[in-house]
Design a protein around this ligand. Structure first.
Ligand SMILES: Nc1ncnc2c1ncn2[C@@H]1O[C@H](COP(=O)(O)OP(=O)(O)OP(=O)(O)O)[C@@H](O)[C@H]1O
Length: 280
């Protein structure tokens, strides 16, 4: 059985100038695997991830034929049931730690609060578990970081803290939105290997949203390629770099090449029939 099933998901924002359809009928299922979502800015990747957690704020709204997580109907689940899933069985790591970490709470308190309130751990046990989680994301001075407030952390450090926070409850599904974009390549590789181990050893499902097609090709099992709120192509990650779809090829052609000719970045050619598919 798949872990997550999404059928014909739509996310619409009702604006003064009319509805904006950010996601226009996306379907996919996810097993215990790494599913990449790629696509240009504004193609609906983030909104797809947030919709799975039902974290779309008004004026945005979600419609779908079905959305199930581990057999549970998450399209019609109560807000209370969703709160029980979020951060526990389904985690989300956002692009920017600024929006996920509480600015007025020390890192240690943020990491231990759930363990104490939700899991009923004592202070010492919760602290030990939080420190272990920080060590798992390669933070070398966890005691100092536990005492720090989010604004005292660098971008990369904040991102690692956020990943640690998401991993503490050992989620069954992790939605990671550009989780390594603020990290240097060495730390990025470490974080990816942590995520990889969770998928391999614990059977976690991972949705990995990224602009980095090379990274997705290397790291993921399958990929959805999104354009204007639609999935234009779904393929094995190992086939991504050789994809034939004109939009995917366009994205690949925009990748900078090491040692390649310098010149203006090529624009995306949007003249194919796929470009007007489903357009209003
Ligand atoms: N509050 C809002 N009101 C109107 N439209 C919105 C609102 N929030 C998001 N959108 C629209 O949703 C679309 C999809 O946005 P989304 O953040 O999912 O794209 P993305 O593919 O994740 O982009 P990026 O790679 O830049 O993060 C955007 O085109 C945006 O215009």
């Amino acid at each position: 059985m798949s872990l997550l099933d999404v059928r014909n998901l739509r996310v619409t924002f009702d604006t003064e100038t009319g509805p904006v359809q950010a996601v226009r009928g996306v379907s996919f299922s996810l097993g215990h695997e790494r599913l990449g979502i790629v696509g240009e800015s504004g193609s609906g990747k983030t909104m797809t991830g947030r919709a799975v957690l039902r974290l779309i704020r008004p004026p945005g709204r979600i419609e779908a034929e079905a959305m199930t997580f581990d057999g549970q109907d998450i399209l019609n689940a109560s807000e209370r049931d969703m709160r029980a899933l979020r951060g526990k069985r389904i985690g989300m790591v956002m692009q920017d730690p600024k929006y996920s970490l509480n600015p007025v709470m020390s890192v240690g308190r943020q990491l231990t609060e759930g363990l104490r309130l939700r899991d009923g751990l004592g202070r010492a046990d919760a602290t030990a578990k939080a420190i272990a989680a920080l060590e798992a994301v390669q933070i070398r001075d966890p005691a100092r970081v536990m005492d720090a407030y989010p604004h005292e952390l660098s971008g990369g450090m904040g991102q690692r803290v956020m990943i640690a926070m998401m991993l503490i409850p050992e989620p069954d599904l992790l939605i990671a939105d550009e989780p390594t974009s603020a990290l240097d390549v060495t730390v990025q590789a470490e974080v990816l290997s942590i995520l990889d181990a969770l998928v391999r050893d614990r059977g976690m499902g991972l949705i990995f949203i990224s602009h980095d097609l090379r990274l997705v090709a290397r790291f993921c099992d399958r990929v959805l390629v999104m354009y204007k709120g639609l999935v234009v192509e779904e393929l094995a990650a190992s086939n991504l770099l050789a994809a034939q779809h004109p939009y995917t090829r366009g994205l690949l052609n925009c990748l900078p090449r090491i040692g390649g000719q310098r010149g203006p970045l090529p624009g995306l050619d949007r003249t194919g029939s796929w470009a007007s598919e489903g357009a209003e």
